[in-house]
Write a protein that binds this ligand. Structure first.
Ligand code: GFB
Length: 326
């Protein structure tokens, strides 16, 4: 891969994809190809084939997908399995068919069996029942992972898979119904603080444990793996350390400066009790994450405040003096 390589980043407006695009620009790549969902619907096979035939990318970072937190996954099973299957099949097939040199496919730590031994090792994939709240998404992502392996075996296509832990950072989704836990709690705590509320509601018992990695660290791992890993087996990407949802909420309250109470709504699902990754494969190749949780939370909150302030400013500017781009 060199600075004139043609690089397609699918899902460049998402949390992972936007971090990968940010990193590729920082490194000075001159041919970064991106498409919004309205420009290219990755569920449309003919459109994807036509895109790859005309754009001829050399490398693909596949970060697109229908993603969401526990509530979104649990309430939209058909969307999560169908969209993610269609996207994976279309992109992987068209990439191989159009001579892409190497494709990096992003899975997720939530595709492991619900009760796999912790920390999660890549060999545990497909060894037990999945977490019911997101098995639809997990099955689709596992199918994409298996497709990468099948195209390597049958056609020699260099497709690799990374399995990141729960990500967070600038560009995350803060919609309370579809968001992951970290951005959802950050927003709820920020709004409780601004409203001088006495408490904030945390879903579930607060006892599940989660691992979190700053999105720019994932982008760094993606560039590293694209350059240095050519194996068939998926590789975990994370810190290998976790904390309870309760501890996360307390850490977020500390960053925001909220001193109210945390209340736990046990009518909401806890999901998988724990999913901390064994990161020895990737560290064995020489990669380490760099942004620790406290630093990452502070950076994310700073970004969140700036982007909320900007959007409020947009809302209050008379629309004839503000050009709306589609
Ligand atoms: O990030 P999250 O929604 O999904 O985390 P998973 C869910 C955990 O956080 C559950 C608790 O234990 C929730 O009870 N939680 C507490 C909250 N408050 C909130 C809140 O306000 N919003 C949310 N969303 N959770 C996801 C998968 O699993 O992991 C996705 O569903 C994806 O497919 C992602 O793979 C990485 O971590 O349980």
């Amino acid at each position: 891969m060199n600075l004139d390589s043609r690089i397609f980043i699918s899902g460049h407006r998402g949390l992972a994809g936007s971090a990968i695009e940010r990193r590729c620009k920082l490194e000075g790549f001159r041919e970064i190809i991106v498409r919004t969902r309205s420009q290219l619907d990755l569920r449309d096979q003919a459109a994807v084939d036509e895109f790859f035939a005309s754009e001829q990318p050399d490398y693909v970072f596949h970060a697109a997908g229908l993603v969401g937190g526990i509530h979104a996954n649990d309430s939209r099973p058909a969307d999560f399995i169908t969209d993610n299957l269609q996207i994976a099949v279309n992109v992987i097939d068209a990439a191989w068919r159009n001579g892409v040199t190497k494709l990096l496919y992003l899975g997720s730590s939530c595709i492991y069996p619900k009760l796999a031994p912790q920390p999660l090792r890549e060999a545990s994939l497909l060894t037990g029942p999945l977490e019911p709240t997101n098995e639809w998404y997990a099955i689709a992502k596992l199918a994409g992972l298996k497709m990468c392996q099948a195209f390597r075996r049958q056609f020699g296509f260099n497709a690799i898979t990374l399995l990141p832990t729960n990500l967070y950072g600038p560009g995350d989704n803060f919609d309370l119904e579809s968001a992951h836990v970290l951005p959802a709690l950050l927003r709820k705590i920020d709004e409780a603080h601004a409203a001088h509320a006495e408490s904030v509601v945390v879903w579930g018992s607060g006892t599940p444990r989660r691992e979190f990695m700053y999105a720019d660290d994932l982008a760094d791992a993606c560039l590293f793996a694209m350059r240095h890993y050519d194996g068939e087996q998926p590789i975990n990407v994370g810190w290998g350390t976790d904390l309870t949802i309760h501890e996360l909420a307390a850490a977020l309250a500390g960053v925001v400066g909220f001193r109210g109470r945390l209340e736990f709504d046990r009518s909401k699902p806890d999901g998988t009790p724990r999913k901390v990754l064994d990161t020895s494969q990737l560290t064995g190749l020489g990669w380490q994450p760099r942004v620790d949780l406290q630093t990452g939370l502070t950076l994310t909150y700073d970004w969140y405040r700036r982007s909320m302030t900007a959007s409020h400013a947009r809302e209050h500017v008379p629309c004839d003096s503000f050009s709306h781009s589609s």
